[in-house]
Design a protein around this ligand. Structure first.
Ligand code: MN
Ligand code: MN
Length: 459
């Protein structure tokens, strides 16, 4: 009898038909990443795919019944998908909750200026970034603005090969004697994250001829004036699209794996669910990277309101049933976790760190220090999740966020746990988390998808 626990490498245990499905899904995931570089674009793409699979707008339904597939959009930046179950809602839902925002650079409200014969956009970083990462690379701009007539203008430039990109310059090594003495976090400071947007002057202009030229081009293309930027929301993201990595093409490098990998896995899983016993939910939230705040973050009442609507239209509104539907729910908090990186051994405790290609990762707790701020799932629920995964032969492992007292981080888990729901963090491990371009194994994405599908079916 073998009593010892051993991790398994997914490449060795997946069968041929699974490996084929893995490649198809990975291609689709890379396609999704290229289209969904911001929370708004991710919302659009998820809705498009959900509609293709028969999902209808919850707001437009008078009555709903078991088997119905519904979506609820929240201010174009977060959303929920529901597949209505046979059971009464008060018995609880099965929820996979991920987020679709990623660390990036946002344009400042008054972004444009000219200096040194170049025009610039000033930025304000969003989420946890190493600022020096964002220099010396091609950037794309994505977002929305309103022209003076109130038309919504979608901006998406730099993601296609034939479009120009944008760039943040950095000091040449030849002159970096002083700079190289600084600490990593000070090498590039926030106010140096200024994006070059042009350098050609408008001949007839004496003052700010380059800025005025750029404004003219922007006006011709988008019908926008400088004042319109004051109320716009525009994000700078890496222009690079998702690429396969390695001679064996076993990994994917892309912007926004955190947390679009879990989002896409959750989406792919719920699109396969028909007529479930319990109501099945995929949540795609915004603002996780800055604390789940605002009306599109998990701390908002968006999800509560959506559940009230579902209950009202399915069974009639009843406050006690509403509270029970929340407290009896089971959740996978679908977010990424760190993978062991042998280049930085000292930051990890290898026994409790997820290994690349060794399956989806269950993180009992996140947080920092003495588990500060974490949800800390209980053994009763972990047992249920394990049994579900084992039933479908999902390859899974456990992981912490690195060595104790080395740092930490959080997810939306604790917010859903407040309702009394059973919650555990479960997602894909990755390298270079929060870098502009992050890295993960195709198998770990695939096992995450299999894990969420197994959770929806077996819990
Ligand atoms: Mn995340
Ligand atoms: Mn993150």
């Amino acid at each position: 009898m073998d009593l010892e626990y051993k991790k398994q490498n997914s490449w060795k245990v997946l069968d041929d038909s699974q490996l084929e499905e893995l490649e198809t899904l990975s291609k689709d995931y890379m396609n999704f990443l290229d289209k969904a570089k911001t929370e708004r674009l991710a919302t659009d793409e998820i809705i498009r795919r959900a509609k293709d699979h028969g999902f209808l707008d919850l707001n437009e339904q008078e009555e709903i019944k078991a088997g119905d597939k519904l979506y609820q959009i929240n201010h174009n930046k977060s959303l929920a998908l529901f597949v209505i179950g046979e059971d009464d809602l008060e018995n609880g839902m099965n929820i996979v909750g991920s987020h679709i925002d990623s660390p990036r650079l946002d344009l400042k409200p008054n972004p444009m200026y000219e200096e040194g014969e170049m025009a610039y956009f000033k930025t304000h970083y969003y989420g946890g970034v190493k600022k020096y990462h964002w220099t010396n690379m091609p950037l794309a701009l994505c977002g929305v603005a309103y022209d003076k007539d109130g038309n919504k203008i979608e901006i998406n430039i730099g993601n296609n090969e034939d479009e120009p990109v944008f760039y943040i310059s950095e000091l040449l090594i030849h002159l970096s004697k002083d700079l190289s003495q600084k600490k990593a976090y000070e090498v590039i400071e926030a106010e140096q994250l200024n994006i070059i947007i042009g350098s050609k002057p408008l001949e007839e202009e004496k003052e700010n001829p380059i800025k005025k030229h750029i404004l003219k081009l922007i006006n011709e293309k988008y019908n926008l004036k400088e004042e319109d930027f004051l109320i716009a929301e525009i994000e700078a993201v890496p222009a690079q699209n998702a690429r396969e990595v390695g001679f064996d093409r076993s990994m994917i490098a892309a912007h926004g794996h955190d947390d679009r990998v879990c989002s896409f896995a959750s989406l792919s899983a719920i699109l396969k669910i028909d007529n479930p016993k319990k109501t099945t939910v995929s949540l795609f939230m915004d603002k996780e990277e800055i604390g789940s705040t605002g009306n599109t973050g998990m701390e908002s009442q968006f999800f509560e309101n959506a559940v009230m609507e579902v209950l009202d239209k399915k069974e009639g509104f009843d406050y006690l049933k509403f509270k029970r539907s929340l407290s009896n729910s089971k959740v996978l908090s679908a977010d990424v976790v760190c993978a062991y990186d042998p280049n930085f051994k000292d930051a990890y405790e290898i026994t409790n760190t997820a290994l690349v290609s060794h399956g989806v990762t269950i993180a009992k707790y996140t947080g920092s220090g003495g588990k500060g701020g974490s949800n800390d799932a209980n053994s009763e629920y972990l047992n249920e999740v394990r049994n579900a995964f084992n039933k479908d032969k999902v390859n899974w492992q456990v992981g912490e966020l690195g060595k104790t007292d080395q740092g930490g981080g959080g997810t939306i888990a604790y917010i859903l746990a407040k309702y009394g729901m059973q919650v555990v963090d479960c997602g894909t491990q990755m390298l270079s988390m929060h870098a502009p371009v992050e890295l993960l194994s195709k198998t770990d994405f695939y096992e995450t998808y299999r894990a969420y599908k197994s959770f929806f079916k077996n819990i």
